[in-house]
Write a protein that binds this ligand. Structure first.
Ligand code: ATP
Ligand code: MG
Length: 585
């Protein structure tokens, strides 16, 4: 088996150098002691742990956020002290507006400093915060604000005019729309108030009211890869897990310059793009602009990023251009690269080594788990294609559901089943908002059932097989799309691959692959035959695709995940599984 070995240099100062012993020694009560707690025993509040505790200590002048504007040369730095003061102003302003604990505050902005101020300020007032992805259209915005009964929306004048004004009438709960001006018009849109003067008029200190660890804090929507997005509710205690998992799985240390490329509109962009790194006292690099490979290489080099957390979809886009762009710069500061959101093909792990001299560390979690659950750690050898091993405090298992609704852990190594987690970690979601029944169905016998299929090898590494809904049943075999996609990705011509089961009268389903090619390759019959043969050699005839369709690019969620359900719908000639789902994302 292919293994990327870690040496003493790559493990220096890293956590979990003795995985078994460190896991045995760890407990969540120990991780709770890493938190500061509100003054005078007033409980636990995410914003205090992320900002205020640093702002009153030796890290007060450290840069909390280094913001890079879309335009060349535009940047802004906020120290921990600045961020504490600005979020205090935001919290005081919410109090003055009469917004109360437990009410919904939505933030619909590009990655601008106000977004971070609003999220942290609203957490101080114990409101329930939801950052929304700014590329959403009006309908997905309205759906989410309705589900969360948003009372406050922070947005920009441009986004409001384009995306919120058309649906405002559908949002009776929405009382205050606070806008950041980003256009040249004198008039504010009707029904909005400008944020800046309200902040300027508010006091810059804010004593956080007593907060229970179980008080609701964040409402995150899932990516909508398998169906309609669900609203997962998280509590203040989640910060205990954010903090501990960022140390363990991202090797994050105080003062690190850390870049999480996920937008705060997704759970990764909030948990690890804002809260976890701030709680550790790192410096966030925030880039307002969208993905651009050359720009990203520049940022990694110029900003001396030390820890970089990104996603397979971005890695695949960089891989399209080979390694030349990455290798044209130097990254002496870069220490650790991690990825989440979709399976990371072994080819991508190797590409990291070629491009940056560092492997990419895959990790696995979900909106529902609130934090990283399974990871390739800095001090651990990597088996490319594996998601890694469970974090300290996390018990993961492969289980089979019984007919009576219970589950049985699978004792034999390398056996496929559903990936389950023993309940009880602090960042576990507390419900799907307004979908209590669906929430309950995720649990059985003390296990949270993830809906993903995986297997665990004899050394405890977990291997992703596919989502339960995506697994292909062909001539008595169960085939995980990830394995087939990874094999295709090994071919020099392939940029992206999505694999589904196409209904077949004889064998149930046949394996069908959709492939997007790298620049310079023509989608012709010769290449199709070559790819079919290539895959057959790697996978054997039972698992290899029987059909390959070339596509310019594959359908994806807004967060960049390949949507096999849309490929399926296309194959079946359905109206794209209702295309409205794409827009609803
Ligand atoms: P929805 O639940 O709405 O269908 P989603 O499951 O994509 O969307 P998220 O919570 O953002 O929403 O994503 C979690 C899922 O992403 C996991 O359940 C898993 O299927 C996939 N995933 C995340 N990280 C990895 C990984 N490292 N390897 C394989 N799959 C991953
Ligand atoms: Mg999901």
């Amino acid at each position: 088996m292919e293994v990327i070995r870690k040496n003493a240099q790559s493990c220096e100062g890293a956590f979990l150098t003795d995985y078994a012993q460190d896991c045995a020694a760890f407990s969540w009560s120990q991780a709770r002691t890493w938190m500061d707690g509100l003054p005078e025993g007033n409980g636990l509040n995410i914003a205090h742990e992320a900002v205020d505790r640093h702002a009153t200590g030796p890290a007060a002048e450290r840069t909390a956020i280094r913001w890079l504007g879309r335009d060349e040369g535009v940047s802004r730095e906020l120290s921990y002290r600045d961020l504490a003061a600005l979020s205090a102003r935001f919290a005081n302003m919410l109090d003055r507006l009469g917004v109360r604990a437990g009410e919904g505050v939505f933030v619909l902005c590009g990655r601008i400093p106000e977004l971070y101020v609003a999220v942290l300020g609203a957490l101080k007032t114990r409101c329930v915060v939801t950052p929304l992805f700014s590329a959403f259209g009006p309908e997905p915005i309205a759906t989410r604000i309705s589900i969360g009964a948003g009372r406050v929306l922070v947005t920009t004048t441009t986004l409001y005019r384009r995306k919120v004004a058309p649906v405002r009438a559908q949002l009776p709960s929405l009382e205050h729309v606070l806008v950041v001006r980003d256009d040249d018009l004198d008039e504010l849109p009707e029904g909005t108030t400008e944020l800046a003067p309200l902040l300027a008029a508010a006091a810059d200190t804010y004593p956080i009211a007593p907060t229970a660890p179980s008080d609701p804090a964040l409402l995150h929507f899932t990516s909508g890869t398998t169906g309609k997005p669900k609203g997962a509710l998280h509590v203040h205690e989640a910060i205990v897990a954010h903090h501990a998992t960022a140390r363990f799985a991202l090797d994050l240390r105080p003062g690190d310059r850390f870049w999480c490329t996920a937008d705060p509109g997704w759970v990764t962009g909030t948990s690890y793009g804002i809260l976890a790194p701030l709680s550790i006292g790192a410096t966030l690099i925030v880039d307002e602009a969208d993905f651009d490979a050359e720009r990203w290489y520049d940022i990694l080099a110029r900003e001396a990023v030390e820890v970089w957390y990104t996603a397979p979809t971005a890695v695949r886009m960089m891989m399209k251009g080979g390694t030349a762009g990455a290798r044209a710069r130097n990254y002496p500061a870069l220490r650790f690269i991690a990825s989440v959101g979709e399976p990371l093909n072994p080819q991508a792990v190797r590409w990291g080594l070629d491009a940056f001299g560092l492997p990419i560390h895959d990790n696995w979690w979900q909106t529902e788990t609130g934090g990283i659950m399974i990871a390739n750690f800095a001090a651990m050898d990597i088996r490319p294609g594996s998601m890694g091993r469970p974090l300290p405090g996390i018990e993961a298992a492969i289980v089979r559901r019984r007919a009576d609704g219970g589950v049985d852990p699978v004792a034999t190594a390398d056996t496929e089943g559903e990936l389950a987690l023993r309940v009880g970690w602090p960042s576990m979601f507390r419900t799907y908002l307004h979908e209590e029944e669906r929430y309950r169905k995720c649990f059985s016998d003390d296990w949270y059932l993830s809906g993903d299929l995986a297997r665990q090898d004899a050394d405890g590494y977990f291997w992703f097989v596919g989502r339960a809904d995506d697994v292909i049943k062909s001539a008595g075999h169960l085939i995980g799309p990830f394995e087939v996609e990874s094999a295709l990705m090994e071919h020099a011509a392939v940029a992206e691959a999505g694999v589904i089961g196409k209904p077949d009268d004889v064998v149930g389903e046949v394996v069908k692959a959709f492939v997007a090619l790298k620049p310079g390759f023509a989608p012709d019959e010769a290449l199709r035959r070559e790819l079919l043969g290539f895959a057959r050699k790697k996978l054997g005839p039972a698992v290899a695709p029987k059909e390959i369709d070339f596509q310019p690019s594959l359908p994806k969620t807004r967060s960049g995940k390949i949507m096999r359900r849309l490929l399926n719908a296309r194959e079946l000639g359905l109206p794209e599984g209702d295309t409205s789902t794409l827009e609803a994302l």
